[in-house]
Design a protein around this ligand. Structure first.
Ligand SMILES: [Fe+2]
Length: 152
């Protein structure tokens, strides 16, 4: 084992996966925001898309601060999500499609918030990220619920 391997933080893959997922989610939610005629939904999608993009930037920067670089990774289902969200399908159909999918299971970043093996600055970012993700999920769930109610 060389010194690089010995010092490489074992949580880098976690940060990398978060950055890639957030980047992809930002792009596909933005595509939906640009497509919807529903102003209220657009406002919610735009807000969450901006947060996702900002999470991507912050985690990519943190990886670089630690002395590494973001590595491309394939995210299962990402292309399909982008294709559906950016398509001309109605909002109600998109919500139905999303509900028919398994939720995207991301790595367990909540456990990482209290993992003392992770440097404290990165843990602060993870805590902020987890709080925003929880708030974004709540906002999206409410917005999707209104789309479904209007479609009935
Ligand atoms: Fe997210």
């Amino acid at each position: 084992m060389d010194s690089e391997e010995m010092t490489r933080p074992d949580y880098l893959p976690l940060l990398n996966t978060i950055a890639i997922h957030e980047r992809n989610a930002g792009v596909s939610l933005r595509a939906w925001a640009d497509e919807t005629p529903n102003r209220e939904l657009r406002a919610c999608l735009s807000l969450v898309a901006a947060r996702e993009t900002s999470h991507y930037e912050v985690f990519k920067r943190r990886i670089e601060e630690l002395g590494y670089a973001l590595e491309e990774e394939e995210e299962p289902g990402d292309e399909e999500r982008l294709r559906v969200r950016g398509s001309g399908m109605s909002d109600a159909e998109k919500v139905r499609w999303l509900r028919s999918r398994q939720p995207v299971i991301m790595v367990d970043y909540r456990a990482a918030v209290s993992d003392e093996g992770i440097d404290s600055l990165t843990r602060s970012l993870l805590g902020w990220f987890a709080d925003e993700e929880a708030d974004s999920s709540k906002r999206l769930a409410e917005a999707y619920g209104r789309v479904e109610a209007q479609a009935r």
